[in-house]
Design a protein around this ligand. Structure first.
Ligand SMILES: [Zn+2]
Length: 967
């Protein structure tokens, strides 16, 4: 075992080794180090994974709703002692080969993770983050930019701005966030979880710069810091950096106060709240319980399995609620919240009127008491445990460090050992043993933590269409009042502060400051692209792409059914058809029993539809991709089950169809604001090709509108059922299908053998031609949405993969997103985000903003961005940095199943390994003039572009619609 890992030392750079854990579950070894002089604690999980991760973690318990922890998380990354530029984070995002770079504020902690597959890059990221968290400059201007500030508007009035302020306004525009917040506050009367660590927009203006600095001094100290290191690099170098560059100036501090636990109540409570929504909506109700301390590992595992059995796919409580017809569907707040010290179990339902809330509550409690007395079906519990075991066995890649970080932090932060925090297999085995002995573990937990636990609340949420307007009017009034009260001196002071922010944003960093940042060279980019060994191996019964590789005895099957004959109307129905595929049930198995069988015999079954325009002269690829995975020993069972499922879908079950439909309509409506930028960009791109149009029909506003106009009366549902059944006949046919299999040779042969009988399984379909799409046209270029912030998108024609200039456009897109547009739209404009995304197959570039308070200014900034890179020649170093940043996304490691599927897709779409290598080579050879030419080309195509905006309902109504010819 020990040969796989680096040599252990009991002392390293002032760190003492405190524990060594052999972690066979992870094929790894964990070693705990503590720095003697400062108490800084490091846990190193060494595995064979080349994607190394490092994270700094601080306990940041909020004491109010100002969001100080969140604003600090942002501001810490705006310059530090050793790296005094205004935005080292942005620099790293722009110019490193990171596979992950971010910072997150949780209800009780702040986490700073970085990851890379290139060692030199990894240490660069680690150094900059280490200096940022312990020695940030926290300039007042940075605080105002990221947190909140007052500004003069054009009429001489005051307005408030700030990145976190707008981010949280967006957050509070989503009904789900409002309900989630109400649930959490209702269970915690006091202590950190009573407050919103992200910041309540009403309270954010209360935090001052001094308050921010104090919060940093209190919490960001090595004695209170946990560092997690993960991957295949030995620990030595990271400890050396910490010991020499970070820790010399610190002394150990006494332990922080113990975590304040919530005092348990003896009576249930009712809490009422409002969320932004229309009057026609009935509302949402939720029941939430405060259960056990997260440190009681075995109980929490039982609760996790129980939650899945009650609320997962086909879960008992979910099914009972839907069948009772008490509401529309489960609210996304339902589930077990394990990111808190004391774990919360909630079940919520959308579409329940407030006056029926107590009946609904009584129904839930009655149901629970039935299961508490009679027990839960053994097979259901086994199915949930089987899916846990499957995910432990499966090899994954990309983001493993992040996944372990999240699991580790849940309890390491509260004093558990890292080993206890990480392992699962032993506890799962104990649970299986208890279950096979017939011990009533689940009944006991159900009784103790839910049924007989008085610390619970009934949360009643009513929609209120005026909630934004009231908020905005209140803010306006307060600002006007403030404006009246300002003295001359205060006005002067405000002007000075505004000028400071402007200078901070507009003055470029000095060359000396920029020179402090560590950089890579183009030679650090891996020369060769990753090429999985896989190929077309057989044409029988249809062409199969075969990827033979080690998969830890898991087999993967993909089937791509041809969809070229579907009409636009078919495509509109398709997302619902897909939703039903694994959730409708079959003629023999109701959907909950089907879900159980799927969990017992497969590791997952999923389907999605894609439309792509391949390179070269191939016809468009429109496919339904069906994927399933299974343990090698379950191949026969899994195929039996999937084949029966596809043959006997229960389209006649109209009551279930209606349940699924209501759930889907609700999910889509509530995704509009959180994913506004996606809706806007699908729409702005929709007119460019049949494929982009299909993407919009199935994933954009057209789909949303389609769902909202569906007839939910019995005749309407009946018609839809017939449409779906008809679609099934036309989709499920192996003519023109393709397949892919990944696994060891034996598993591959067994899967191919099973596929031999698939042509007989389905009716024969005559070859059909590609359905031509009518040109997408819409004169509408804006739409109102219920939100306080907007989303704007512009799509321009660009080049495709393989065409000269394509690589320059990719780098230009990266420069825009992280350079000029970031400055103009995020820093100055106060939007939360701006994106440049390219479709290498379509030959399109889309620029889009996220949670954006301004509209015309943002479109003007898009244009300005392109002109900027046309008129300002790049320095060679800036270009190299941008190339590195643009390539980093291609370096994320892939799991065996992803590599197999990617190979298949690339082959169908004409993306050869030669083209991929050519792209890598051309990227590295780019010259500054290539970027200028790319900007010129995009400016030249400006008039062929298309815009789309989602704008706040309460926004400035005086703005005329953007005058663009919609395509
Ligand atoms: Zn944030």
């Amino acid at each position: 075992m020990s040969e796989k890992f680096s040599r252990l030392s009991s002392q390293l750079y002032g760190f003492s080794c405190k524990a060594v854990d052999e972690l066979s579950e992870f094929n790894g070894r964990g070693v705990l180090y503590v720095h003697e002089k400062t108490g800084l604690t490091v846990y190193h999980l060494e595995t064979a994974d080349p994607e190394n991760l490092a994270s700094f973690v601080f306990r940041t318990l909020p004491e109010d709703d100002t969001g100080v922890a969140h604003i600090l998380e942002h501001t810490v990354l705006c310059g530090s002692q050793k790296y005094p530029t205004k935005d080292p984070f942005l620099y790293l995002a722009k110019s490193s080969l990171n596979t992950f770079l971010n910072a997150m504020t949780y209800p009780d902690k702040t986490v700073y993770p970085v990851a890379s597959v290139v060692p030199k890059d990894f240490y660069n990221l680690f150094r900059v983050y280490a200096d940022a968290v312990f020695f940030p400059l926290l300039k007042p201007a940075a605080f105002r930019q990221e947190g909140h500030r007052l500004e003069w508007d054009h009429q001489g009035g005051l307005q408030r701005s700030g990145v976190v302020l707008n981010e949280m306004k967006g957050n509070y525009s989503s009904p789900e966030s409002v309900i989630y917040d109400a649930v959490q506050r209702s269970l915690f009367d006091e202590g950190p979880y009573h407050f919103d660590s992200g910041g309540d927009p009403h309270a954010i203006p209360d935090i001052t710069h001094e308050g921010l600095v104090k919060f940093h001094q209190k919490h960001y100290h090595p004695s209170y810091c946990l560092v997690f290191l993960y991957g295949n690099l030995p620990v030595r170098q990271a400890l050396k950096i910490l010991s020499r560059e970070v820790l010399p100036s610190f002394q150990i501090r006494p332990l922080p106060e113990p975590f304040p636990l919530q005092k348990r109540r003896q009576e249930r409570r009712i809490v009422e709240t409002v969320y932004p929504g229309s009057e026609e909506e009935p509302g949402t109700v939720a029941l939430a319980w405060l259960t056990e301390d997260i440190l009681d590992f075995q109980t929490i595992l039982v609760l996790e399995v129980l939650t899945e059995a009650l609320l997962g796919d086909g879960g008992l409580l979910q099914k009972a609620l839907l069948e009772a017809g008490l509401g529309e569907d489960l609210s996304p707040v339902s589930g077990l919240e394990t990111d808190l010290r004391e774990v919360v179990f909630s079940v919520g339902m959308r579409g329940v009127p407030a006056e029926q809330a107590t009946q609904w509550e009584a129904f839930v409690l009655d149901q629970l008491s039935v299961w508490a007395h009679e027990g839960l079906p053994q097979e259901l519990l086994e199915a949930v445990i089987a899916s846990y075991e499957f995910s432990l066995r499966e090899l994954r890649a990309g983001g493993m460090g992040l996944r372990y970080l999240r699991r580790l932090m849940r309890t390491w932060l509260h004093g558990a050992s890292p080993r206890d925090s990480l392992i699962i297999a032993e506890r799962l085995q104990l649970l299986k043993d208890q279950l096979s002995q017939g011990l009533p573990v689940f009944q006991q937990v159900l009784k103790k933590y839910l049924l007989e636990n008085p610390h619970r609340t009934l949360v009643i949420c009513r929609p209120d269409p005026a909630v934004f307007q009231q908020d905005e009017e209140l803010e306006k009034e307060q600002l006007a009042e403030l404006r009246m009260k300002l003295t001359e001196a205060e006005i002067e002071q405000l002007k000075i502060e505004q000028e400071e922010v402007r200078q901070f944003q507009e003055l470029p960093d000095s060359p000396q400051a920029v020179a402090t940042l560590p950089s890579l060279t183009l030679r650090d980019i891996p020369r060769k692209v990753d090429i999985p060994v896989s190929s077309w191996e057989t044409q029988q019964p249809f062409p199969f792409w075969v990827h033979e590789t080690f998969t830890n005895e898991i087999a993967y099957a993909d089937v791509g059914f041809d969809l070229s004959h579907l009409t636009p109307d078919d495509w509109l129905v398709l997302p619902f058809w897909l939703r039903c595929l694994d959730s409708l049930g079959t003629k023999e198995l109701s959907y909950d029993l089907l879900a159980r069988q799927l969990a017992l015999h497969t590791g997952g079954f999923s389907a999605r539809a894609t439309a792509d325009r391949p390179l070269g002269h191939r016809p468009e690829e429109r496919r339904l991709w069906m994927r399933f995975r299974m343990l090698d020993e379950k191949i026969e069972n899994a195929f039996d089950l999937i084949e029966t499922l596809l043959k006997t879908l229960a389209w006649q079950n109209e009551s279930r169809l209606k349940e699924l439909l209501l759930e889907m309509v609700n999910d889509w409506n509530s995704s509009l604001v959180p994913r506004g930028h996606v809706f806007a960009s699908y729409r702005s791109a929709a007119g460019f090709s049949p494929s982009t149009q299909i993407t919009e029909l199935t994933g954009g506003l057209s789909q949303l509108d389609f769902l909202n106009t569906l007839d939910l009366t019995p005749p309407g549902v009946s018609r839809l059922s017939q449409q779906c059944e008809n679609l099934t006949q036309r989709i499920l046919s192996t003519s023109q299908a393709v397949g892919g299999v990944t696994g060891n040779r034996n598993a591959i042969n067994r899967m191919l053998k099973r596929f031999q009988s698939w042509p007989e399984l389905f009716s024969e379909r005559h070859l059909s031609n590609l359905v031509e799409f009518p040109h997408f046209s819409s004169v509408q270029t804006r739409r109102n949405i219920p939100s306080t912030v907007g989303f704007h998108s512009l799509t321009l024609p660009a080049s495709r993969l393989g065409e000269v200039g394509h690589e320059a456009e990719l780098v230009l897109g990266h420069l825009l997103q992280t350079g000029v547009l970031w400055e103009e739209i995020r820093m100055k404009g106060g939007a939360y985000g701006v994106f440049a995304s390219q479709s290498s197959l379509e030959g399109l570039i889309t620029l889009a903003t996220f949670r954006d308070p301004r509209e015309q200014e943002s479109f003007a900034a898009f244009r300005y961005g392109l002109e900027f890179y046309r008129d300002h020649p790049l320095e060679q170093q800036d270009l190299s940095n941008a190339i590195l940043g643009a390539i980093s996304g291609d370096l994320t490691p892939r799991s065996p199943s992803e590599r197999g599927f990617l190979g298949l897709q690339r082959s169908l779409l004409g993306i050869t390994d030669g083209l991929r290598q050519q792209k890598r080579d051309r990227m590295k050879d780019l010259k500054p003039k290539d970027i200028r030419k790319a900007a010129e080309r995009l400016i030249a195509s400006w008039d062929q572009g298309a815009k789309f905006s989602l704008v706040p309902q309460t926004g400035d109504k005086g703005v005329p619609p953007v005058e663009v010819q919609a395509r």
